[in-house]
Design a protein around this ligand. Structure first.
Ligand code: COA
Length: 160
């Protein structure tokens, strides 16, 4: 594991596209391409964050990403990924917190995402952030085929 010295969460910029495509390849069986990330930067309903760390020599490196699309007033979170050698240091949790804060500043109160049912570390990250499992979508994922756990943060009922 590469221990991080400092962590910065910021909006995705054009210069991040190449490192993000590399992160995708290392994290997903069906990675998004640099071109797909390029399209996202132009979209007004998409909000993508990246995690940048600084090593002992002061060099900066993009090590993680998480995105949100605003669909019908809900925050739809996807593409949460952290390079393997930087995991278990709170980077994904910081990215999710950044997305939720940004969404809430825009008036969004409900957020959703899908996650492979076997992905215990991702589910842990989402539960810590307040997501609750609301059901299973059978056979949602390919490569390998697997069910999706559908998770939500719902609007707080003012009566409770
Ligand atoms: C899921 C992922 C983004 C998590 O990133 P991360 O930066 O390591 O996440 P964090 O450090 O914020 O939190 C990880 C949590 O999972 C826990 N964890 C790690 N391995 C675990 C396991 N096998 N079972 C249960 N929990 C586990 C850690 O202990 C930590 O919880 P804690 O803070 O309570 O100790 C990362 O593993 C990843 O990129 N995976 C590949 C891509 C992916 O699956 N993305 C999610 C798509 S929905």
């Amino acid at each position: 594991m590469n221990k991080i010295q400092s962590l910065k969460i910021r909006r995705m910029e054009v210069s991040d596209i190449a490192p993000l495509a590399n992160i995708e390849k290392q994290c997903f069986s069906r990675p998004w391409s640099a071109r797909e990330f390029g399209h996202l930067i132009e979209k007004t309903d998409a909000y993508y964050l990246i995690a940048e760390v600084t090593d002992d020599h002061g060099a900066r490196k993009v090590v993680g990403t998480a995105g949100m699309r605003i669909v019908c007033g809900e925050g739809d979170i996807d593409n949460v990924a952290v390079l393997p050698e930087f995991r278990n240091q709170g980077i994904a949790s910081a990215l999710i917190e950044g997305l939720l804060n940004a969404g809430r500043e825009k008036g969004i109160e409900e957020f959703t995402l899908e996650v492979r049912v076997s992905n215990a570390s991702a589910i842990r990250v989402y539960e810590k952030a307040g997501f609750v499992s609301e059901g299973i979508r059978p056979g949602f994922y390919e490569d390998p085929k697997e069910d999706a756990n559908i998770m939500w943060i719902r609007k707080k009922d003012p009566a409770n």
